[in-house]
Design a binder for this molecule. Structure first.
Ligand code: HEC
Ligand code: HEC
Length: 281
């Protein structure tokens, strides 16, 4: 079977799980509008949240010395969005970082994380993308001054549904493959995320329309969230308010995270508590 045929079978299989109370479309709506927050890059943001009527229509520009990336229009518009792509092509873009013509997509879309998104969750995200209103919005192409890799890793064809029986493990799935929290909250050393020595220690500088934001240390160290109660952590994530009451700045997607279920939020907090305490860089 070709890789597309294998992926098609996996997605069809994932879709057949729908028998449970939550449909695939409901799951996709929940994911995209909470923990996964695709719109935090793909929807224009205003100070009071995602711009109405422009959901997933693109245009956010992320500029670094390595690239000037535009988050494209991923609504079903035929000309300016992804209305002409098949479900399999969309899933392939999310998990393998590839365009339908086989060329690679560039950063900062977090492919390294999305590679581990389960078949059912990726099928749910695709189902939801299909359901949003098509918006006509032509977005410029990204420009990369760095060479993109040949691939983001071995071909992803199937990823099993994670178990929810262990909240810490499921919290790790929420913080990683779904929410990619640690890609913002880990410092860069020589342009590479230092997962090995400083996982979660913060210190990345992200500038944009909000000004200059420095990502927080989210490990249980005293420089991080060591003194925070579970409720303080949950409030920071969902409302963008630190334990001392100060407002946190974007680009963290508070407007999406506030839609997380209580169970998911407590699993996420339980996972953060298990990170190794690290001082801020
Ligand atoms: C951190 C920002 C960011 C997040 C989060 C993000 N993306 Fe992207 N995405 C991008 C950028 C930037 C590109 C363009 C890359 C390029 O030009 O090569 C892109 C490209 C795409 C494309 C290819 C579209 C095209 O026309 O080429 C699809 C499909 C896509 N993203 C879907 C998603 C989905 C679905 C999610 C959530 C699961 C998501 N993205 C989350 C930044 C992001
Ligand atoms: C796009 C980058 C980005 C992503 C993704 C992101 N954050 Fe953040 N986060 C930030 C920034 C920047 C701050 C600091 C804002 C400030 O200081 O005003 C922050 C602050 C926080 C804080 C507050 C810490 C404190 O000291 O009060 C917590 C907790 C947190 N993030 C957890 C998370 C979790 C959990 C996730 C994943 C669900 C996540 N973040 C995803 C950028 C991000």
């Amino acid at each position: 079977m070709t890789r597309f045929a294998v992926l098609a079978v996996c997605l069809a299989f994932a879709a057949s799980f729908e028998a449970r109370a939550e449909t695939l479309l409901e799951r996709g709506d929940y994911l995209v509008n909470s923990i996964v927050a695709c719109g935090n890059c793909h929807t224009p943001q205003t100070p009071s949240g995602p711009q109405r009527g422009m959901e997933l229509a693109g245009q956010f520009v992320i500029e670094t010395p390595a690239f000037k990336a535009y988050a494209p229009n991923i609504t079903p518009d035929l000309d300016t969005g992804i209305g002409g792509w098949s479900d399999i092509q969309i899933a392939d873009a999310i998990r393998n970082g590839r365009h339908p013509d086989g060329s690679l997509l560039g950063p900062p879309m977090p492919f390294e994380y999305y590679r581990k998104m389960s078949d059912r969750d990726v099928a749910a995200v695709v189902a939801y993308l299909r359901s949003v209103p098509a918006v006509r919005n032509e977005v410029p192409r990204s420009a990369y001054n760095i060479a993109l890799p040949e691939a983001y890793g071995p071909e992803v064809v199937s990823v099993r549904e994670p178990s929810r029986s262990d909240p810490v493990a499921y919290g790790g799935y929420l913080a990683g493959p779904l929410g990619h929290c640690l890609s913002c909250h880990t410092p860069l050393v020589n342009g590479m995320l230092d997962f090995e020595n400083q996982l979660g220690a913060g210190g990345q500088i992200l500038d944009g329309p909000w000004g200059v934001a420095v990502t927080a240390n989210i490990t249980p160290h005293e420089d991080g969230i060591g003194a925070y109660s579970d409720a303080d952590i949950a409030r920071a994530i969902t409302q963008g308010v630190a334990a001392d009451g100060t407002r946190l700045t974007p680009p963290m997607g508070f407007h999406y995270y506030r839609n997380m279920s209580a169970d998911d939020l407590s699993a996420l907090v339980a996972f953060l508590r298990t990170l190794e305490p690290k001082p801020s860089p």
